[in-house]
Design a protein around this ligand. Sequence first.
Ligand code: PEP
Ligand code: MG
Length: 756
Amino acid sequence: MSAPASAIPGPRRLLRRLRDVMAAPGTAQSRLNQVVLVIAADMVAEVCSIYVRRAGDVLELFATEGLNPEAVHKTRLRVGEGLVGHIAAQASALSLSDAQSHPDFAYRPETGEEIYHSLMGVPILRSGRVVGVLVVQNRTRRNYAEEELEALQTVAMVLAELIGAGDLVNPSEFLEAEGNATLPQRAEGVRLADGVAMGIAVLHRQAIEVRQLVAEDPEVEAERLAEALERLRASVDRMLARPDIAIGGEHREVLETYRMFAHDRGWISKINDAIRNGLTAEAAVKRTLDDMRVRLNASGDPYLRERVLDLEDIAGRLLGLLNGEPEPQTRELPDDMVVVARAMGPAELLDYDRTRLRGLVLEEGSATAHVAIVARALDIPVLGRVDGALSRITPGDPVIVDADNNQLIIRPGEDVVDAVQLTLAARAERKAAFAALRHMPSITRDDVRVNLLMNAGLLADMGMLAESGAEGIGLYRTELFFMVRSQIPDVAAQADLYARVLDQSGEKPVYFRTLDVGSDKQLPYFNHRPEENPAMGWRSLRLTLDRPAMLRRQVRALLMASAGRQLNIMFPMVAEVAEFDAARRLVQMEVARARRQHQRLPSQVRVGTMLEVPALAWQLKPLLERVDFISVGSNDLLQFFFACDRGNPELADRYDLLSPAVLGFLRNLVDACARADVELSLCGEMASRPLEAMALIGLGFRRMSMPAGAIGPVKAMVRSLDRGHLASYMDTLLDLPDHSVRDRLMAFAHDHGIAI
Ligand code: PEP
Ligand code: MG
């Protein structure tokens, strides 16, 4: 028998009363009318109001105790308008003793609220979306207690379920606002992992319904939670033991954070607190998640925002276990599936059978999101930031993920399907043809050898070294290992990774680029201050020269890993010879230190620089006396050369690398390196496109590094090229006043049968 409500403390008493209201017969509207009465009485508030979100981002007053009843269904505020709109826009609570002095206060005469001074409001959250706002108000200027806010948030959770049931606002209202659901649709997105895929949409973990919110017995709930946590930990261990994960690499590092969450005392004790307040274990998990989600999202810290996904992932698993759901791997799923999610943690992606997973669509996400990093390692195209993907796609819809062109096609027409099928078949054919070139030398028709190397950044990329026929790793971006971890890797962890890279590359050379962080590559545990121009800011070598311990540790790890083998160290973003000298001195000191300690040294230590900042090209004489090699970073070079942000889509086509200015600049560099007999290569995206690579060879480049997938097409171009012919033609282009010589080069390629 349950205790009488009056004997039960605080939020539990209120929850019980609400449960009775919910269980009583009547419409959703009549329940809402009762709810405001119960809350106002229990919290000793003169006003309690509920606003529900409608299509068009409008919040409508649906029920009130205390405000003018005439205002119900009349007062409407836009999200962001007034205090109610502010709560919805920020998805966070507000507690004010003098509401009218808040800058966002908006007076609505029809409500008669001018006499109420204090206000406490919370968002009503459902699956991370604000579906309404719950507010209490008092006449006096009072400060609401922390426990009162806590109680209001718990109540909001109950209301979320009532609103989500769809009886108050018909869900089709939102669908209609977003267009006809059955016609083909195109949606824009952002490419997070390359490629094109076609398949059947699977909506990733439709939010688990928590039906029973109020618990009879907190002790039983606590036991259920403990049991589910036990099973959760076992399932995370199983996931980490999977053969494709267990071999290690950065994605494993990412997944280790799951183990951390599954054992995190802070998180678990918050859930237990909510259970003690009267919620069921499921409701407590959900409530804690909503709370943390809002807090982490509001922090503005990209690392913490990323953690939200990990937390959602793990909380979703826990809810599934509490609900007795089967593990995701055992769900019935189509053979060619495209998974659609609001956001996703990397472990969730790995739950899907890799052999049937074709693509991934996310409503959120960034290129540095952990799921994108893992997807790239698995070679799955990912399209991110697709607005409203979940509401526009119905499970079972055919979809095309065209990440290469930043678009998603939902329910494509037959003609589009046919066209994409042809594209995919042609790609597969080309891939097979390029694979056949793998063991063929990269030599032009007039016998000029061009070394093709590949870029890498994840251990998972290393498998492509043999598969692509690359002659080495021309750029190893060491920062990715630092970016996916929750703390800075120590020397031993770094040395272990670098040694594995070298083990896998065998006799082929690897050019390790020292940490290139800052700008768009932020380290989660490093305090990057906001900068007005981050690309030109405190980043890369500038940062590591100012924090030499970081660079020293990295060099130490590289020396350890390379014992008995060749070590190539390359510095990024060098702007002047003095910076190169400072960095090289640090390497020399570390070599001397290792020698003093009788550590086994590399067979050879070569030190070179990236050329990404134009200023360096004006110091070539002293530079070439010092470096063992130079590699042009065309991605950054282009943005500094033309003063043109490389990440700004508006400027994407503004300047062309195939312009006389860039080609002339590169020609000077080629000539100077040749005279000084210094190895020169180029490792930016420029080398990955056959036409651009052709131009580079025409200028005299004999070495390039590119993503593994580009080696085949570039090699096919090299083998069809007569370099002597091209070189003389290019001499005629360098002094032209044109914006670009792309068309001319393309015509040359066509006329001479060059495979572009
Ligand atoms: C470049 O700038 O061309 C380069 C290779 O470095 P990243 O793309 O890593 O900045
Ligand atoms: Mg760069």
